[in-house]
Design a protein around this ligand. Structure first.
Ligand code: C2E
Ligand code: MG
Length: 500
């Protein structure tokens, strides 16, 4: 072994730049060791917490019911109650020391669907793995907790500046996203993050948590794998959502929802009406008729879409059963409805009770919602097969602007592909868009689907859609959404023409 004296002599002989380089290496190495130490410390703390929770659980409530209540059973991590309590302590410390800290909420985007399709036991294992990854990744965190079924939270406390939070957020998104094998299943989950800074965004734990959650929801609206810091405008948006949610509940009780219908026409040969799309409307006592676009996301997020969607589907089947047999009926299904355990029985009952032929019934699934099923493609495709076995057909809605893989287009074998109005609007003016639409159309036709142009607003867009290979179209130019009575009248008056 080299003695310390020899090392010193060796070092003395080195040129200055080399000596500096070695010092830098040494520095980096020390930092690395510190990081590892910190990581092991938090792993140890986490394992300890888990162990304690397991032991307490094992021995039943008699040992320390209070303690058990503070931990999440699946992950062993502190739960929401104890997290809030510990945030209180962190806030008190930080207020005294003046050092910054941050509360981070992670929404795990596909955990709910794992639970729905693979069951609670596997979902618990997935949650446990995520917990482990977060503890590993968040080296500067004093606390990692599971605060809800799909939500984890962290307090970051060893921060030098706010930008450190952004770096940690990016790292957390990456670690959640890493491939995961649970049982026989390969999974890929994604996280969306919201951040509230302590003390800038508040000093009350519940308020900080609510603000980080609001920021997370805001990020989620813009996609997944994103992080968002809380801001006042997000707060206003959150308040609006809460109001909207309670108004929606009231609207269900008062029966204020109704359905309007927009015609779908052949673009050639007299623009014959071949179908109608059911579109949800809220007949608000003060604000008048409100379009689905203004509240559908909140209905989906809160689960209210389930009772509302079922009512839409039933009413639409009863209305359409009175219309000519050559006219199909499309109903939009949100992700939640599509995943719902009762979907087939809802469809069966609505078709059976109304007498609408299944071959006239189409479900519209957006490209985005089908892409969300990418981890469970097999169960999503099995569901499509179950619907098809009943004679129901599938429309891949809003196609061309999201991130649906072309392979999914091949595998889902939709009978119709509806090209997004965003593309149709740019069709005449942008040669690149024209090529995109024509290519999507060719691909869709290759897989056996008819191509619908959505959102046609003028004659220019109509002829461009025709040139790009769309055989059917929908849009204000061909017919605005109207009530069931108006649609009945229109179909009686001009059964073979567009309803414009
Ligand atoms: P979507 O399925 O893509 O429906 C088309 C939307 O574009 C409708 O908005 C329609 O009123 C509007 N639209 C149709 N033609 C034109 C046009 O030429 N120009 C313009 N600017 N807009 C046009 P709406 O009714 O607000 O619906 C928005 C979205 O809400 C729908 O998009 C659909 O995804 C969802 N939705 C509507 N009804 C239901 C429902 O009953 N259940 C579920 N789950 N979702 C629904
Ligand atoms: Mg649609």
């Amino acid at each position: 072994m080299t003695s310390p004296a020899t090392i010193t002599d060796d070092l003395r002989r080195l040129p200055l730049p080399e000596l500096e380089r070695r010092l830098r290496d040494l520095d980096e190495h020390t930092r690395e060791l510190e990081r590892e130490l910190e990581q092991q410390r938090s792993e140890l703390a986490w394992s300890n917490d888990r162990l304690v929770a397991e032991v307490y659980q094992h021995h039943g409530l008699s040992v320390d019911a209070e303690r058990v209540r503070n931990f999440d059973a699946a992950t062993g991590l502190p739960n929401r109650t104890s997290f809030v309590h510990r945030v209180e302590q962190v806030v008190a410390e930080r207020t005294q020391s003046g050092e910054p800290a941050a509360l981070v909420v992670l929404g795990i985007d596909r955990l709910a669907s794992v639970r729905d399709s693979l069951g609670f036991a596997l979902a618990d294992q997935v949650a446990q793995r995520i917990g482990e990854r977060l503890v590993h990744a968040a080296q500067g965190s004093v606390l990692v907790a599971r605060i809800g079924d799909d939500e984890f939270a962290l307090v970051l406390s060893t921060l030098r500046a706010t930008r450190d939070v952004a770096a940690v957020a990016r790292r957390l998104i990456e670690v959640v996203d890493g491939p995961m094998r649970v049982g026989e299943i390969d999974l890929r989950l994604m996280a969306t993050i919201g951040v509230a800074l302590i003390p800038e965004d508040g000093t009350q734990p519940e308020m900080l948590l609510a603000r980080a959650q609001a920021a997370m929801r805001f990020a989620r609206e813009n996609g997944t794998r994103l992080y968002q810091f809380y801001s006042a405008s997000i707060g206003q948006n959150g308040a609006r959502r809460l109001r909207l949610e309670s108004e929606l509940r009231g609207a269900i009780d008062r029966g204020e929802f109704t359905v309007h219908y927009q015609s779908r026409c052949k673009l050639r040969g007299g623009r014959r009406v071949v179908g109608v799309e059911a579109l949800l409307r809220w007949d608000h006592p003060e604000r008048g008729l409100i379009s689905a676009g203004e509240f559908i996301d909140v209905a989906e997020e809160t689960g209210l879409i389930t009772p509302i969607g079922e009512a839409v589907l039933r009413k639409a089947c009863f209305d359409a059963a009175r219309w000519p047999k050559s006219v199909g009926l499309s109903v939009n299904l949100s992700t939640r409805e599509f995943r719902g355990a009762r979907l087939e029985s809802i469809v069966d009952r609505a078709l059976g009770d109304s007498g609408l032929q299944p071959s006239r019934f189409l479900v519209e699934l957006t490209e985005e919602s089908l892409q969300r099923e990418v981890d469970h493609t097999d169960s999503a495709l099995a569901r499509l097969t179950a619907l098809r076995e009943r004679g129901v057909r599938v429309v891949l809605d809003n196609f061309g602007t999201g991130s649906c893989s072309l392979d999914l287009l091949r595998r889902c074998r939709a009978e119709y592909v509806k090209i997004s109005s965003q593309l149709i609007r740019a069709l005449g003016a942008d040669a690149d868009v024209f090529v995109i639409v024509r290519t999507i159309g060719a691909l869709a036709r290759h897989f056996g689907a008819a191509v619908i142009a959505e959102g046609i607003e003028d004659s220019g867009q109509l002829s461009a859609a025709l040139q790009a290979g769309c055989s059917e179209g929908q849009g204000f130019y061909l017919g605005r959404p109207v009530t069931a009575e108006q649609m009945s009248a229109l179909l009686r008056a001009r059964p073979a023409r567009s309803t414009a």
